[in-house]
Design a protein around this ligand. Structure first.
Ligand code: CAA
Length: 386
C-alpha cells in the first residue's frame, strides 16, 4: 500500500519483499500468542541476523548489508506490520547501539562487537533513561568513577528494550563528572557494557499495556566493573552521542508506527468489505469511507515524509528537526488509525479474537518512547530558530 508514491530502487523493493515474506512466515502467525504470554522469542534474533536484518546499516567490513536508510526503514515497516514488539528490537539494535559503535567506537570495539551484532549473535540495547530521568535525559544520575584500568558504575537504568536477552551489548550513558562539580550534559559519557561484567544485574521487568512480546526491564549496576577501553569515544560526549543517535532512532520509531498503522488500515479495509449491516457491506456507508480515507491519507503523508527525510540523511544533511517531525506525525497517525480501526470493527474491535485492539495498545508507546510527542514538539520548535 502507498508504494506507488516512493521512487523505490530494485534493491529497496527486494529488501521490502524479503522482510514482508519473513514477517508473514516467522512473526505474524505467532504475534497474538507472544503478546498474550509476554513471550520474547529468542530464536528471532538469530533468524533476523542470518538474513542481515540486524546489520542493515553496517558496512560489509563488519558483516553488515551496507544498505541505505530507506531500505532499512522499509524492512522495519514490514516487521512492525506483523508485530511491533519484534520491530522495536530491530529498531533499537540497528539505530542506536550499532550506530553509536560505528560512529564513535574504537577499531578494537568495532571489531569485537559490530560483527557479532550484525550476525545476530549479540543484540544491542540502549540505556539512557532512569527511573527519575526520562524527558530530562541530561538529569541522569548513574555514576561512573575511574578505578585503575576500569570504570566502576553504580545506578539504575530504566525502560531497557530487549533487556532480558543474555547476549546483550548495552550502550550505557553515565555521569563521569564529580558530584561536587557537575557539568550538566557535558558530564555524561557512553560505555559499552555486557551482562558478563561483574556487578551487572537485571531488575524489574515491566508488565506493559502493549509491546508485550518485547521485554522491557531495569538494569541495576552495583559496582559494575567496565574495562577502561570500553569507554565509547571521548569522555563527556556521551549525551551528544545519544542525542545524535536518537535523530536516527526516531526515524525507526516512525517506520514502526507506519507499520502498525498500515496493518490496522488493512484489517479495517477488509473488515468493512465483509461486514454487512442494513443489508449491505459497511464500506458502502460514507461514515466508514471517510474513516478509511482519513486513515489512508495520514499514513501516506507519514510515509512520504519519512522517506524524504531518510533521503536527506543519506545526502549527509542534518535531520534533527525532520526526524522529530517524522516521529511525531507517524506515531500520532498510528494512534489515530488504530483507534479508527477499532471503531470500524465495533464490538469485535474490542476483543482479542481480532488483531485491532493489539494495534491500538502497541501504537500508544510510539507517542512515548524515544522522546514523547511533547519532547518532539520542543525539538521541532527549537529547530525553527537554528
Ligand atoms: N544532535 C547532536 N547534539 C545534540 C542534539 C542532537 N540532536 N541534541 C542536543 N545535542 C547536544 C547540544 O548541542 C548540547 O551541546 P552544546 O552544549 O555543546 O551545544 C547538548 O547536547 C545538550 O543539549 P540541550 O541543551 O538541548 O539538552 P537538554 O537538556 O535541553 O535536552 C532534550 C534536550 C531534547 C529535551 C533531550 O533531553 C531529549 O531528547 N529528551 C528525550 C529523551 C529521549 O528521547 N529518551 C529516549 C530514551 S531511549 C528509548 O526510548 C529507546 C527504546 O528502548 C525504545
Amino acid at each position: 500500500m502507498f508504494d506507488a508514491l516512493l521512487p523505490l530502487t530494485e534493491t529497496q523493493r527486494e529488501i521490502q519483499r524479503l522482510a514482508r515474506d519473513f514477517a508473514r512466515e516467522h512473526i505474524a502467525p505467532f504475534a497474538a500468542e507472544w503478546d498474550r504470554d509476554q513471550h520474547f522469542e529468542p530464536s528471532l534474533v538469530g533468524k533476523m541476523g542470518e538474513l542481515g536484518f540486524l546489520g542493515m546499516l553496517l558496512p560489509e567490513t563488519y558483516d553488515g548489508l551496507g544498505l541505505d536508510a530507506s531500505s532499512y526503514l522499509l524492512a522495519l515497516e514490514e516487521i512492525a506490520a506483523a508485530d511491533a514488539s519484534a520491530a522495536v528490537m530491530m529498531s533499537v539494535h540497528n539505530s542506536l547501539p550499532t550506530q553509536m559503535l560505528l560512529n564513535w567506537g574504537s577499531d578494537a570495539q568495532k571489531e569485537r562487537y559490530l560483527k557479532p551484532m550484525a550476525r545476530g549473535e549479540m543484540l544491542g540495547a540502549f540505556a539512557l533513561s532512569e527511573p527519575d530521568a526520562g524527558s530530562d535525559a541530561a538529569g541522569l544520575r548513574c555514576q561512573a568513577v575511574r578505578d585503575g584500568d576500569h570504570w566502576v558504575l553504580n545506578g539504575t537504568k530504566a525502560w531497557i528494550t530487549s533487556g532480558t536477552y543474555d547476549k546483550l551489548v548495552v550502550l550505557v550513558m553515565a555521569r563521569t563528572d564529580s558530584p561536587d562539580a557537575r557539568r550538566g550534559s557535558k558530564g555524561i559519557s557512553a560505555f559499552v557494557v555486557t551482562p558478563d561484567m561483574p556487578g551487572f544485574g537485571v531488575g524489574k521487568k515491566e508488565n506493559k499495556l502493549g509491546l508485550r512480546a518485547s521485554p522491557t526491564v531495569q538494569l541495576v549496576f552495583d559496582n559494575l566493573r567496565v574495562p577502561a577501553e570500553n569507554l565509547l569515544g571521548q569522555e563527556g560526549q556521551g549525551f551528544a552521542y545519544a542525542m545524535q543517535s536518537l535523530d536516527h532512532g526516531r526515524l525507526g520509531i516512525a517506520a514502526q508506527s507506519i507499520g502498525i498503522g498500515r496493518a490496522a488500515l488493512e484489517a479495517a479495509r477488509d473488515y468493512a468489505d465483509q461486514r454487512r449491516q442494513f443489508g449491505q457491506p459497511i464500506r458502502s456507508f460514507q461514515a466508514i469511507q471517510f474513516k478509511l480515507a482519513d486513515m489512508a491519507t495520514r499514513l501516506a503523508a507519514a510515509r512520504a515524509t519519512l522517506h524524504a527525510t531518510a533521503a536527506a540523511k543519506e545526502r549527509g544533511e542534518r535531520v534533527t528537526q525532520y526526524s522529530s517531525i517524522c516521529k511525531l506525525f507517524a506515531s500520532e497517525t498510528a494512534m489515530f488509525v488504530a483507534d479508527e480501526a477499532v471503531q470500524i470493527f465495533g464490538g469485535y474491535g474490542y476483543v482479542k479474537e481480532y488483531p485491532v485492539e493489539k494495534y491500538l495498545r502497541d501504537a500508544k508507546v510510539t507517542e512515548i518512547y524515544e522522546g514523547t510527542s511533547e519532547i518532539q514538539r520542543v525539538v521541532i520548535a527549537r529547530e525553527l530558530y537554528v
